[in-house]
Design a binder for this molecule. Structure first.
Ligand code: DC
Length: 234
């Protein structure tokens, strides 16, 4: 049953490997909302840096390149596809070369300024949205009606990432994945701009020992309870 309210933003933040993207997409589907994966935007920016040989720490250069690359989503698809101009980069941005520099890209103030602006514009055009990332409930949409913060043990998160990569036909050493996750956590939570923090007043959910569906069940129940019966179609 979709929610009836005209404007409705739900944010989901948390570190890599907590299942945010999958959970956010499923929750959006169950509630009849759209889904925004903001990590994909930073990943696309990292891909731009790789392809144009731009130093990932050169924020001002990158911000210009992002604008020129026409980074956007194809909203006709579900979940929306990540596009650089007419090119679909949805799969490419999951590769390890992108993952290994994306935290550096995401730490650049000029890059974050561009992204935050774009995310707010997206929300104006798509005002019924589940938006997931690191700063959605703290910086981008602090007024969102429900804000979640997801947690999970690092080993569980590494195993999930390994399974994801195996499914895509890629084999990667487990220790390399753990190191990558820990390095990214540290970079994400200690950067000056838009660090990964638990937004005050957010609802904490530990996903370590819950299936994806169990997590979505909990979140859906919280949202529906908060909105009350009048907000639902029959
Ligand atoms: O969720 P993910 O692993 O696809 O995110 C990729 C990177 O982008 C990760 O290093 C954190 C960063 N990110 C961010 O800084 N702010 C967001 N709103 C979303 C992601």
């Amino acid at each position: 049953m979709p929610l009836m309210t005209s404007e409705l933003i739900i944010t989901i933040d948390g570190p890599a490997g907590t299942g945010k993207s999958t959970v956010a997409h499923l929750l959006a589907k169950r509630l009849g909302l759209e889904f925004l994966d903001t990590g994909a935007m930073y990943r696309a920016a990292a891909l731009i840096a790789i392809e144009q040989s731009i130093d990932p720490a050169n924020g001002s250069f990158l911000a210009i390149a992002i604008d020129e690359s026409r980074l956007h989503f194809d909203w006709a698809a579900d979940p929306p596809r990540v596009m650089l101009d007419a090119r679909d980069v949805t799969e490419r941005i999951r590769d390890l070369d992108v993952s290994s520099i994306v935290s550096i890209v995401a730490a650049q103030r000029q890059v974050r300024d561009v992204m935050v602006k774009q995310q707010r514009i997206i929300a104006q055009k798509h005002p019924r949205l589940v938006s997931e990332g690191r700063d959605q409930g703290s910086i981008v949409f602090p007024e969102a009606c429900v804000r979640f913060f997801l947690h999970a043990d690092v080993m569980v998160r590494a195993d999930r990432r390994l399974a994801q990569m195996a499914k895509a036909g890629k084999t990667v050493d487990q220790q390399r994945i753990i190191d990558d996750i820990e390095r990214r956590d540290l970079l994400d939570s200690t950067r000056t701009d838009g660090p990964l923090i638990r937004p005050e007043g957010a609802i904490d959910i530990d996903t370590s020992h819950r299936t994806i569906n169990e997590v979505v069940d909990v979140m859906e129940a919280i949202v529906r309870e908060r909105f009350g019966g009048d907000e639902f179609t029959s």
